[in-house]
Design a protein around this ligand. Structure first.
Ligand code: CA
Length: 413
């Protein structure tokens, strides 16, 4: 029996956001995810426009080159449509969206990608990320300035360098053609998944769930288990011998599944307020992603900011170390001073002496010294007194030490 391809698209608003700005489409030949920008008004509008327009490219193609061109053209057409919408609705100025999608033709897949949503392929148990994030931090990683781990916690990790929107009339879309085989599983997802669930975990879940619906559900659940501060969207496609999921009607999820509305932001803000009050810390931690034009000046500015942060980081470490060493030195000085307020009687060779300090030594550091030498010889003392002096006698203070000394003197012969 021929192995049938299957696909599933799921979009979840997440645990902190009031609206879903992600959209996705899983059709017969085309599978695509879009993540509208939350930092601007109309992120949900932008992703919905993009997905609805790009879905028109879901049809059979005779060659993969034709499919690649159609997909790229669909993304550029969506870009134009977003710009036209902004022209008619000025309040949506600055809205934008990421898009990551694939079209399959036989044993080839055409990919088109812009922004920081991702395309992965699971093959023989190995997961490969086949898209490159168009983010500022990815630039830093590519140029060897920071590691992938540092990028994942960088305060500017949400800054996108490329998106579809109303800023650039001809945005640079990455396109490529890759091989695929029966048994491959493709995943398109928004950063609401990839920022909170590790590649390793994604691989484990996809390997363990051969049914795309189970895999998609488990992936979204995993992000929710991590708090899902952002919208989470996944499209999972398993490659069969047929041309994908011919038996299923195309699926549209997220904001593209709702009628397009351009309602004022005020209504949304009112909705968002209780969420912020309930999760003040989490909400401030999860910054909305936003787009910055890819100008050299802006990049330089970000690089400068990154360098300053690195220097600040080093300086704060240095200050912390100096303060710590200072605190240790002060503790040692105070400790030493405290020992020097103590006195005891002991033997200094053959004679009795008053010592200042404490009997214990700190490694090579002696914490006591002879304070007052006497002419009372140890020999002249009764045996019991002599051994007591040898063991040392603690005094409360100097006067007390002198009293003890006087009594010892009276006992000497
Ligand atoms: Ca997002």
């Amino acid at each position: 029996m021929a192995r049938t391809g299957k696909s599933t698209a799921i979009s979840h608003v997440g645990k902190l956001r009031a609206n879903n700005q992600d959209s996705a489409y899983a059709g017969k030949h085309l599978f695509v995810v879009a993540d509208g920008m939350g930092g601007h008004a109309g992120g949900d509008v932008a992703s919905a426009i993009a997905i609805k327009r790009i879905a028109e490219a879901d049809r059979p193609y005779s060659t993969i080159e034709e499919a690649e061109f159609a997909l790229q053209s669909a993304l550029l057409a969506a870009n134009t449509l977003i710009a036209e919408t902004v022209f008619d609705h000025a309040e949506l100025t600055g809205m934008g969206t990421t898009v990551s999608g694939i079209i399959r033709v036989g044993d080839k897949v055409a990919l088109a990608h812009i922004g920081d949503s991702r395309i992965y392929r699971l093959r023989d148990g190995e997961l490969d990320q086949l898209s490159t994030d168009h983010t500022f931090v990815q630039r830093l990683v590519d140029s060897g300035r920071i590691t992938q781990e540092e990028a994942s916690v960088h305060p500017r990790r949400n800054v996108l360098m490329r998106v579809l929107g109303d800023i650039d009339s001809a945005p640079e879309v990455d396109t490529t053609v890759l091989s695929t085989a029966v048994g491959d599983v493709w995943l398109m997802c928004s950063d609401g998944l990839s920022s909170y669930v590790s590649d390793d975990k994604i691989r484990t879940i996809m390997k363990a769930n051969s049914n795309p619906r189970d895999a998609a559900n488990r992936l979204v659940k995993e992000s929710l288990d991590h708090g899902a501060p952002d919208n989470v969207t996944v499209v999972v496609v398993s490659i069969g011998e047929d041309q994908f999921s011919g038996s299923l009607p195309p699926q549209i999820v997220g904001s593209a599944a709702l009628p397009l509305t351009y309602e004022a932001e005020i209504a949304r803000k009112a909705l968002r307020l209780p969420t912020l009050l309930l999760h003040p810390l989490k909400s401030t931690l999860q910054e909305d992603s936003h787009f910055e034009p890819e100008s050299e000046e802006y990049l330089d500015e970000l690089m400068l900011e990154h360098r300053r942060r690195a220097i600040r980081h080093k300086v704060s470490w240095l200050i912390a170390i100096v303060l710590m060493l200072g605190a240790i030195a002060i503790a040692l000085i105070l400790g030493y001073r405290w020992t020097q307020t103590h006195y005891f009687i002991g033997a200094n060779g053959d004679t009795v002496a008053i010592y200042q300090g404490v009997q214990q030594d700190l490694g090579p550091i002696k914490l006591s010294s002879v304070y007052q030498q006497t002419s009372i010889s140890m020999e002249s003392l009764p045996e019991y007194t002599r051994s007591t002096v040898t063991d040392t006698i603690n005094a409360n203070d100097l006067d007390h030490a002198r009293e003890i000394l006087q009594r010892i003197e009276e006992l000497s012969r």
